[in-house]
Design a protein around this ligand. Structure first.
Ligand code: ZN
Length: 323
């Protein structure tokens, strides 16, 4: 009897334990569902409030932007017509980002909008038999470029210096003779060559050039003179030299296709805010001329990107410099 009584008591105790465990599991399950649901509702309500506040802010900022743009119109026109448009479009995307209304690239776009990309098309070694074609294309697209010219004495080239300047492009000095073994003999020989070109260009165009590009760039390895000495010389003359950060690749002596020129220029463009593209204006560089219309079109199609000529205010790109 005692054994049977114990068994019954044991079973009862076990059943109670099992029932307790069942209740515990159900309780945990209910909590596992309830807690996230409550949290979602609380956070949802908070998000709603935040978005509402942001929309109100958006309206306020847009109103301010309109007032701002009205204020800056004259300055924006004077400085070049891009400032005003940029300010407002950048602000819109910034707001869209905050309110979660932007597409997935919204953040990226807002970052891109913080600055305008400036692209400088530069042509070395002209004038040549291709200069007129280049100038015609630039005129067709209403684009201004920069020509680092050399001293050419043939009659057919004489009017081209003036045409470059008259059509609003920047005339820069490259070298009168463009003979590396002569100009890079000494500071004197470099200075004489550059001086000769400066006077020659002044005679042809009335423009007194104050920008230049070293033949082979400041990082050339052929100069017998330390390039730092030549840079000091230019500083003394108040002449600024410009290298490049994008090479079209058309300096190579072998044939280069228009596709390769385009690829060389366009793949590197997105990396920089200031892009100085090195190209050549030479009689044998036909693919450069052929690539030019497409290059201009592709650059113009890029967001927040403008093609401008180098001026005295342009921050130069220099491969080496004296610090
Ligand atoms: Zn050159």
């Amino acid at each position: 009897m005692t054994t049977m009584g114990d068994d019954a008591a044991n079973r009862l105790a076990r059943r109670k334990r099992v029932q307790f465990l069942k209740k515990l599991i159900i309780f945990i399950l209910v909590m596992a569902i309830l807690i996230p649901t409550i949290l979602c509702i609380v956070l949802g309500v908070q998000l709603h409030h935040v978005r509402k506040e942001l929309r109100e802010l958006q309206t306020q900022i847009k109103e301010t932007a309109v007032i701002y743009s009205e204020d800056v119109v004259p300055t924006a026109e004077a400085d070049g017509e891009y400032t005003e448009e940029y300010e407002i479009s950048g602000m819109d995307e910034f707001i869209d980002d905050l309110t979660g209304e932007a597409d997935e690239n919204g953040t990226e776009k807002a970052e891109e909008d913080t600055n305008i990309r400036k692209v400088y098309l530069t042509f070395d070694d002209g004038p040549s038999n291709n200069t007129e074609r280049i100038l015609d294309i630039l005129a067709e697209y209403d684009v201004k470029a920069t020509f680092f010219v050399v001293g050419k004495e043939e009659e057919k080239y004489q009017t081209l210096y003036k045409r470059i300047a008259d059509e609003g492009h920047t005339l820069g000095m490259h070298s009168y003779s463009h003979k590396y073994d002569e100009i890079y003999q000494s500071v004197d020989s470099y200075g004489q060559d550059l001086n000769k070109l400066q006077e020659f260009l002044y005679e042809k165009t009335g423009v007194y050039c104050s920008i230049c590009r070293f033949p082979g760039g400041s990082s050339n390895t052929v100069s017998k003179v330390d390039m730092h000495e030549l840079i000091t010389y230019l500083d003394e003359q108040d002449i600024t030299y410009f290298d490049w950060n994008i090479s079209s690749g058309d300096a190579s002596s072998s044939y280069i296709s228009t596709e390769t020129i385009l690829e060389n220029c366009l793949t590197k463009l997105p990396q920089y805010k200031e892009c100085i593209i090195l190209m050549h204006d030479a009689s044998n560089k036909n693919t450069t001329v052929e690539a030019l219309p497409m290059l201009i079109e592709q650059i113009q199609a890029m967001e927040n990107t403008i093609i401008v000529p180098i001026t005295e205010d342009t921050e130069p790109i220099q491969h080496i410099r004296n610090d």
